[in-house]
Design a protein. Structure first.
Ligand code: ADP
Length: 616
């Protein structure tokens, strides 16, 4: 792999943190002033490009509806360029901190030399920056003139920083005593701190090695748009990891098709390679059907498109996350629907208090599992800060409610369908299915009715069960309310419990259908992914699975309300009712749709009977 191009090596992104009034702004001001005085010439073109890249990113997020207040400043010395992100440290500004730190190479923490020195808030900054992948810390102990240039305060802070660095596993932590006001140890070494042997702050920053994760990452090239011009068809985007090289084989995800890079166009014309974070337009040897949002990856080390993501969320929304809620997940150029399936540990960024894991509130950090309606091409954040990051958006308000870091991805939703102890083996019976069904004059199947509460599932399915049995068929109703007596009596109504309930019912239905019966399932089963699991279980076993969408508008369900659920929810005596507080995902392609406002029960039952091959 070739060396890092010089302009890349030259640029250092610095997030500046620290408590209010510890002197962040004056230190940044001093750095800018003294460094510019040293140099005085103009930014070269490449650096301009880099800077606009930073501000472009911000603009995109503004359009996204985030109000960020990160001030980016640029300055350079003869040795390198710097992008400084000033991230106000107050609780309200967690999102600024996240935004500033997510692209930074190191955290410059400004700490007042006077007591209390290193505050809890400063330590939180270090922790948050570490969470976002920054493991290089530079601490400027400021206002050294106010402690008469004595070393004691600095030594105390140094000890605390060393302990924190050990605890978090930071790779580097440097402490520099400075006076932003007087300029001591900012650009040149001060004669007033003879006890300090190290270099001045600017030199520390000039010597810092930028994170070069992109260099080690395999190729990730998200396609931002398709450039069409006559016969020309280029895939334009920004390299988010690795290199684009002409001649290299690439895999297009999620389709998995392969081709080679025939040509790369850059702003300055055709080039042989492009490395992150620069942009390019790629022409493939084969005319594949590539769309905006697809990702070109190196065939070696291609990630599996993910349907389920374990992630760390920094919660930025005023309304808390609760398991079962659905959001829009924005990842690279894609937006997909995501359901928070489960929430594990939670802690507050500014408080030591461990929150309880039933919800995730403002400024809390939590571990969640998200289920996606459409797969995304993601990497763990530790491996790639671009393809490993996402934001969650509230579907209604369009507010950004969380910054997310991918920990782990899975291609399948809760593949617990295969879950078993290694000590058990499937015990085959003496009958195969054909023989069994022939002797019983039966044909097994599962009819799965899904729909809002009070949409008519029980009404239709009891009628169907009765009609089937009257025709001599072994049919049995697995009703949502009935399975919660006993079989699923231990489960609640959060997303994870609902998923587990569906899983159990799906397995029971499969056994029943295999036996030659017709399992009639009447279950709200609000999540498409859970129903898909039931379908997969049947399809893998070669059993018919008929998904029936009982399609009744919410207002009508609330009006009918035979069990009084909607009334109780309205009165505040029932929480989490599907359709009201919890989402319902209608099936995109059910075998049968019954619009109960238009079709009487008897007609619907007749249609289902015909489909099952039981006519008249
Ligand atoms: P679910 O099992 O989906 O919660 P229920 O079957 O218990 O719903 O309740 C549906 C209500 O709607 C019942 O009171 C039923 O009589 C009424 N209803 C009216 N028209 C229809 C129809 N065409 N199909 C099914 N139910 C209907």
């Amino acid at each position: 792999m070739s060396a890092v191009p010089p302009h890349e090596q030259d640029l250092l992104r610095v997030a500046v943190g620290g408590s209010v009034d510890h002197g962040k702004s004056s230190l940044i001001g001093r750095l800018l002033l003294d460094a510019e005085a040293l140099k005085g010439d103009q930014l070269d073109e490449v650096k301009r490009g880099e800077l606009s890249h930073v501000t472009d990113g911000l603009r995109a997020e503004r359009e996204q509806g985030i109000t960020i207040d990160v001030a980016y400043r640029y300055f350079s010395t003869p040795r390198r360029g710097f992008v400084i992100a000033d991230t106000p440290g107050h609780t309200r500004y967690t999102r600024n901190m996240v935004t500033g730190a997510s692209t930074a190479d190191l955290l410059l923490l400004v700490v007042d030399a006077r007591p209390p020195g290193l505050t809890e808030q400063s330590l939180r900054h270090v922790q948050l920056a570490h969470l976002l992948g920054i493991d290089h810390l530079v601490v400027a102990v400021n206002k050294i003139e106010l402690v008469d240039y004595e070393p004691e305060a600095v030594t105390a802070i140094q000890h605390e920083i060393a302990a924190t660095a050990r605890r978090l596993g930071l790779t580097q932590a440097t402490v520099v005593p400075v006076s932003a006001l007087e300029g001591d140890n900012v650009v040149t070494r001060s004669t007033r701190t003879p006890w300090y042997q190290g270099p001045p702050l600017l030199q520390v920053l000039e010597d810092a090695v930028p994170r070069s994760a992109a260099e080690y990452s395999p190729l990730r090239f998200p396609v931002q748009w398709i450039v069409r011009d006559g016969a020309y068809r280029g895939l334009a985007g920004q390299v988010s990891g690795g290199y684009l090289n002409t001649g290299d084989e690439v895999t297009v995800l999620p389709s998995g098709e392969r081709s080679r890079i025939a040509r790369i166009d850059s702003f300055d014309g055709p080039v042989d390679h492009v490395r992150g974070p620069l942009s390019g337009t790629v022409i493939l040897e084969d005319n594949l059907d590539v769309a905006r949002g697809d990702v070109l990856v190196s065939t070696d080390g291609a990630p599996q498109p993910a349907r389920e993501v374990d992630a760390t969320l920094v919660w930025l929304g005023s309304e808390s996350l609760t398991p079962g809620r659905r959001y829009l997940l924005k990842h690279l150029t894609r937006r997909v629907r995501a359901t928070a399936a489960s929430l594990r540990s939670v802690y507050d960024v500014y408080d030591d208090e461990k929150g309880d894991a039933s919800e995730l509130a403002l400024n809390e950090v939590g571990e969640v599992t998200l289920r996606l309606a459409t797969p995304i091409v993601a990497d763990p954040y530790a491996r790639n800060r671009t393809t490993g990051a996402f934001i969650l958006i509230d579907e209604l308000s369009h507010d950004t409610v969380a910054a997310g870091l991918v920990r782990e991805t899975r291609a399948q939703i809760g593949s617990d369908e295969e879950q078993k102890s290694p000590d058990v083996v499937w015990h085959p019976g003496k009958l195969d299915r054909t023989e069994r069904w022939q002797h019983l004059h039966a044909k097994g199947a599962t009819v799965w009715l899904t729909g809002l509460p009070a949409s008519g599932k029980s009404t239709i399915s009891t009628a169907l069960e009765q009609a089937l049995v009257h025709r001599g068929r072994l049919a049995y109703l697995l009703d949502g309310d009935n399975v919660r007596h006993g079989l699923s009596g231990d489960l609640g109504f959060d997303a994870a419990s609902r998923a587990e309930n569906v899983r159990r019912v799906a397995h029971v239905a499969r056994f029943f259908a295999d036996a030659g019966g017709i399992a009639v399932v009447a279950l709200v089963s609000p999540f498409a992914q859970d129903r898909d699991l039931a379908r997969r279980l049947h399809e893998k076993a070669g059993l018919p699975f008929i998904e029936v969408f009982v399609d009744t508008p919410l207002e009508e369900c609330a009006r009918r309300d035979p069990k009084g659920l909607y009334a109780r929810a309205k009165a505040g005596r029932l929480s989490g009712l599907t359709g009201e507080q919890n989402p319902y995902e209608p099936p995109p392609a059910p075998e049968v749709t019954i619009k109960t406002l238009e079709e009487p029960v008897t007609d619907a039952v007749e249609r289902l009977m015909a489909l099952l091959g039981v006519v008249g």
